[in-house]
Design a protein around this ligand. Structure first.
Ligand code: OAD
Length: 231
């Protein structure tokens, strides 16, 4: 039997119930930090130590949290669908929940890359979670977080567009859809496929064919699983 393709776009709300705060909700990360101080190429040139510290903290936090029921239901759906996750999240909770096809649009906390033009990417080992000034790649170039900062290109976007265009069902979970190009992916879906959006808050300007499940990721995914397995 050929399984239907379920493409799932996730954002920070996917990991909220695991204890990782979102960016734009009240009390979110962008209320505590200025994007310009920690998440742009300019920030890196002005004060790389501050940027490294910001991502060192985020990385260490990963070891204090676990995937939530929403992540687990998504992983389970691989028994019934060909599931492709496209995540804006830089955490590793989809991986740890057991999902196998994950495209990270905005980079990964557990990777690091060289500031050399060749930009080689390396895994970070759990026994050394911090990157500091002076931590260099084997060719002697400073290492930087493997994160797509504001103002930088999103290298995986074309792949994400193609994957979205192949979806038989599109699911969007926990993203404010305010950051492009990720927010534009919904427009790559074939017309007339079912699109579901899970978010406890109202998302403005959604296309008319989107079915909204106005719940958190865990409850929302349990409800969606029932809907999907009925059909
Ligand atoms: P946002 O913080 O903009 O949006 C989080 C969304 O999650 C909102 O729509 C919330 O309503 C929703 N949410 C909150 N709690 C939830 C829960 N328990 N279950 C499900 N949803 C919940 O985060 P993103 O849309 O992911 O990029 O932000 C996009 C990008 O902007 C991020 O990848 C990051 C950020 O700046 C970079 O750092 C490059």
């Amino acid at each position: 039997m050929v399984m239907k393709k379920l493409v799932v776009l996730t954002g920070a709300g996917m990991s909220a119930e695991s204890g990782i705060g979102t960016f734009r909700d009240a009390g979110g990360l962008w209320e505590k930090y200025k994007i310009d101080d920690v998440a742009t190429p300019n920030a890196w040139h002005r004060n790389p130590g501050l940027v490294l510290d910001f991502y060192n903290q985020r990385r260490k936090q990963l070891f204090t949290v676990e995937p939530n029921a929403g992540h687990l239901v998504l992983a389970e759906l691989e028994k019934h669908f060909e599931v492709q996750i496209i995540t804006q999240n830089v955490d590793n909770l989809h991986e740890r929940a057991g999902s196998t096809n994950i495209l990270h649009l905005h980079g990964e906390l557990m990777k690091v890359r060289s500031t050399n033009v060749s930009a080689e990417v390396f895994d970070i080992l759990p026994d050394k979670l911090e990157i500091n000034i002076g931590d260099n790649c084997p060719k002697g170039f400073q290492l930087r977080p493997h994160i797509v900062w504001f103002g930088e290109a999103v290298p995986e976007i074309e792949k994400a567009e193609h994957l979205t265009a192949e979806a038989d069902v599109l699911v969007i979970i926990g993203t404010s859809l305010q950051v492009y190009p990720a927010a534009g992916l919904i427009h790559n879906a074939k017309p007339n496929i079912p699109i579901f959006l899970i978010d406890p808050h109202e998302i403005a300007n959604l296309p008319a064919n989107v079915s909204v499940i106005q719940k958190g990721a865990s409850e929302g995914m349990k409800e969606l699983k029932k809907i999907l397995l009925k059909n």
